[in-house]
Design a protein around this ligand. Structure first.
Ligand code: UT7
Length: 324
């Protein structure tokens, strides 16, 4: 028998304030047409003044717990993927823990930027399989609107705020690819590319939070090259092929990257969950948001094979394969 991390529930939260592409037309040398054609983004949500990453994470976590039919007491720990924490420390996961009324278990943040949720999911799975926890809340929550340079049309039109969460539970499996739950992961980082996508501030350097900087077209090339590859690697480890894939739930940065990755994997677009038009790029929140939205729409069936993949600053990239 093998322990598998099964998804018991998903949830998400999007702030009320919706920003259409036209909002940027009034402020920058850009057009709705350019943004749609180059990225597939039509709108995004921005957090309200005073609304922090943990506030959104709490809402997403509560929704996921409700869906799973569980209470905070039933959870052994919280892993939050974020690059936009409330404070430098403590971990924003502890704010979420407190917000949920929990005084037990662990709570910590994982920082792998847009790949953060994939890293956190693999981390939660490893804790469950090693017996350190039975039920883990894995959350992605981001307020990228707080680190954008509003004069840089190449970046500020791309990002949005939001949060998504999943509840993982350890269940016995046969150790075969037919098992429910997380079947395999593949994680990678290569710091030689750190200057392609970074924030130009930090505690031990400038003492400021900084603003996002990106060489978009170079990141684009890495994404198209690396995402299908990491998905293939994880599928291989799981003993599956792309023919077994029912759903691709990719990081939502750019519809063109997603289409190219699906093409490379030989998947038709009706197997791809796309939320980038309505959410923009919400970094570590994008995959749990997409999972939760598709779940709420009833798109996943028990036994479906789902592949998630993401790339972001670092560069860091990876993939998780799971059976619903
Ligand atoms: O989530 C983390 C990982 N991040 C990503 O995956 C993002 C990856 N990159 C991308 O999605 C794309 O590279 C972008 C959407 C950021 C940019 O699209 P692109 O097709 O790579 O455009 P580009 O950067 O090569 O720029 C093409 C042109 C440039 O003008 P010139 O030099 O050709 O005259 C830009 O200045 O588009 C211009 N441009 C814009 N024009 C209108 C850049 N941003 C804008 C804008 N509106 N907002």
């Amino acid at each position: 028998m093998t322990l598998r991390s099964v998804v018991l529930g998903t949830g998400h939260y999007l702030p009320d304030r919706v920003i259409e592409n036209s909002w940027f037309e009034e402020r920058l040398d850009t057009t709705d047409e350019w943004i749609r054609a180059r990225t597939g983004i039509e709108r995004r949500h921005f957090a309200a003044e005073g609304q922090a990453t943990s506030d959104m994470g709490i809402r997403a976590a509560r929704a996921a717990l409700d869906k799973a039919g569980l209470r905070p007491d039933d959870i052994d720990g919280i892993i939050l993927a974020t690059s936009t924490p409330d404070h430098t420390f403590p971990a924003s996961a502890t704010m979420i823990q407190h917000g949920l009324g929990m005084t037990h278990g662990f709570a910590y943040d994982v920082q792998a930027v847009c790949a953060g949720f994939v890293f956190a999911l693999a981390n939660g799975d490893a804790m469950i399989r090693s017996g350190m926890a039975r039920r883990v809340l894995v959350i992605g929550s981001e307020t990228f609107s707080r680190i954008l340079d509003w004069s840089d049309r190449g970046t500020c039109v791309l990002f949005g705020d939001g949060a998504g969460a999943v509840v993982l539970e350890g269940q016995e499996g046969a150790g075969a690819s037919e098992d429910r739950g997380i079947l395999a992961s593949d994680l990678n980082s290569d710091g030689q590319y750190r200057d392609l996508l970074y924030v130009d501030g930090g505690v031990s350097t400038t003492g400021t939070a900084g603003q996002l900087r990106m060489q978009g077209n170079l990141v684009f090339r890495h994404a198209v090259e690396k995402l299908a590859k990491t998905a293939h690697t994880a599928l291989d480890k799981a003993g599956l092929t792309t023919a077994d894939v029912d759903w691709l739930v990719p990081h939502q940065a750019n519809a063109r990257i997603i289409t190219a990755t699906a093409q490379k994997m030989g998947l038709s677009m009706d197997k791809v969950v796309l939320t980038v038009a309505d959410h923009g790029n919400t970094s570590a929140a994008s995959i749990p948001l997409a999972l939760s939205v598709a779940d709420a729409q009833g798109r996943f069936r028990p036994g479906d094979v789902i592949v998630t993949e993401a790339i972001g600053g670092g560069l860091s990239w990876g993939s998780v394969v799971l059976r619903w």
